[in-house]
Design a protein around this ligand. Structure first.
Ligand code: FRU
Length: 516
């Protein structure tokens, strides 16, 4: 044991701040417009949300916390909101967990994670954020790592312990945040993101014996691209490949990366590299950087290990840089579905919705095999508010240049096109005819093996204001918002310039997750 104690300097009564924040959310929720409010994605009752935080399974419940601004629908003074679930099917709203109340977090309780110690008790790690000039971002940021512990088994109330890692401000250009903690062997590790003094995006690694006092060890990773100046929300975890070999997946949300081809089309981009790592050694990448999700709206994912050994991940349907249409409705921002992360037969990372969520399916409609002639259109549902379409395209017998699904199809001609594009060998999510967004399309390139396969398998999830597409058992994913205009939202199957043969087609209506 050491005599290290965190620095605790309250400036406000935490419970009073939490009560104010609850009132802020309730005020916005009271007049919320639900036209785009998700049925089966996590969102706040009211207010703005961004990153998922503190993900865990603890004493019988699954917990998702998230960055929350309770007083409006744009990013602002960050709190932690909270929902929990007994079964990963339906969710329960929990009290707001953290509001700024300590000096070091005056301007925001920023992102962080949860870790369960060998004593079975949980700890929260997060970033305390202050504007360096005490006012705004013109003078830079002053960020440090903080710790809190729960007061009850359901994580409904916490006690803050204070600052555990101060920022060496001579070595850092402002950004110093988003701690992620895990154990390998007998050692506790933490990584967080840093912008170095010369503005390179880095991940710093620390160790600890008691989970409270942390020692800086090394820069685990520096992004090779000099344009990348910060790695937000880093994560680092092992996965077994199909032969049982351990690989390490290094994850980060890169600020500053530039678009190139199908890559990095969003303002900031979240992805991973697969490699190897031994405690005490360096991370040895074996792949290039790959995106977790090729859609328009995906950022800041976090993962955790479930007690049954699964790795589960949730992302935020971003962005910061475009106004989101639902901001006028009393709420703003939603999380993706919870996704299981695993290494596929192809050696690459796959992400698929947790199978528990299949329990939301209701009123399945089985279409079986379908042939559609060139230019054909077949309506699958005249008004689908929340549903999943499973589609298997017979690649060898499809001649269409593009084929797939129109979703959120409204009577004024609006729709989002989720298509297999034979010319580019991609699955595309095209919002040219969508509404309420900056439009544009995103593409998930298929591998040569995928293009040579018998079938292309798609799972397309449609919620009131979003579309999520899982390609070939989650080898690629595209998640994007679209805010359909008033009236029914149809789904149809279509093809252009050639015919479409579908091997199997099922539509599931989906029940809500009980957060409305
Ligand atoms: C990523 C992020 C984090 C930060 C949080 C603040 O989206 O910028 O780096 O902790 O959001 O809300």
């Amino acid at each position: 044991m050491t005599d290290f104690t965190p620095t605790l300097t309250p400036f406000a009564d935490h419970d009073a701040e939490l009560a104010k924040a609850e009132a802020g959310v309730a005020k916005l929720a009271a007049t919320r417009n639900d036209r785009w409010y998700p049925k089966f994605h996590i969102a706040s009752d009211g207010g703005w949300i961004n990153d998922p935080n503190g993900l865990c399974y603890y004493k019988g419940r699954w917990h998702v916390f998230y960055q929350l601004f309770p007083y409006g629908t744009a990013w602002g003074l960050c709190h932690w909101g909270h929902v929990s679930s007994a079964d990963l099917v339906t969710w329960r709203r929990e009290p707001i967990t953290m509001a700024p109340s300590l000096e070091q977090e005056r301007d925001g309780v920023f992102s962080g994670s949860a870790a369960i110690g060998d004593d079975g008790e949980l700890r929260f790690y997060y970033t305390g954020h202050r504007w360096a000039n005490g006012r705004d971002n013109t003078g830079g940021e002053w960020q440090v790592q903080m710790m809190a512990v729960p007061d009850d088994d359901e994580l409904r109330h916490v006690t803050k312990l204070g600052m555990i890692i101060d920022c060496p401000r001579d070595k850092v250009h402002w950004h110093f945040r988003d701690p992620k903690v895990w154990k390998t062997g007998d050692v506790w590790y933490m990584v967080h993101g840093v912008s170095s003094a010369d503005r390179r995006g880095q991940m710093w690694l620390y160790t600890s014996e008691d989970m409270v006092e942390w020692t800086f060890k090394t820069v685990l990773f520096e992004h090779p691209d000099p344009d990348v100046f910060m790695l937000e929300c880093p994560d680092f975890f092992p996965l077994a490949d199909r032969d049982g070999n351990e690989k390490w997946v290094l994850c980060f949300s890169a600020m500053g990366s530039r678009p190139k081809g199908f890559m990095n089309r969003n303002a900031n981009n979240a992805g991973y590299m697969i490699g190897t790592w031994e405690p005490g050694g360096a991370f040895e990448p074996q792949t290039e950087f790959r995106l977790w999700d090729c859609g328009h709206n995906y950022y800041a994912p976090q993962s955790f290990d479930a007690p049954d050994g699964r790795r589960i991940m949730v992302g935020w349907m971003s962005p910061f840089d475009h106004a989101m249409a639902m901001a006028g409705d009393g709420w703003c921002g939603q999380l993706t579905q919870l996704r299981e992360v695993f290494l596929g037969e192809d050696g690459d990372v796959h992400t698929v919705p947790v199978p528990e969520a299949d329990a939301l399916r209701a009123d399945d409609v089985e279409f079986g095999a379908v042939d559609l002639a060139e230019g054909g259109r077949m309506t699958l549902d005249a008004d689908l508010e929340a549903g999943e379409i499973e589609l298997s395209i017979d690649l060898a017998n499809t001649t269409a240049e593009r084929c797939g699904l129109r979703v959120h199809e409204t009577q004024d001609g609006g729709y989002v096109y989720v298509a297999y594009d034979a010319q580019t060998g991609c699955v595309v999510l095209d919002r040219q005819n969508g509404s309420g967004t900056d439009g544009g399309y995103r593409a998930a390139p298929l591998s040569d093996d995928e293009l040579a396969a018998d079938a292309l398998k798609l799972r397309v999830f449609v919620d009131r204001g979003s579309v999520e597409v899982y390609v070939n058992d989650g080898h690629q994913v595209l998640s994007s918002y679209n805010f359909p205009t008033q009236g029914p939202r149809a789904v149809s199957l279509t093809c252009e310039s050639g015919g479409l043969r579908v091997k199997g087609l099922t539509l599931h209506h989906l029940n809500g997750i009980a957060l409305e």
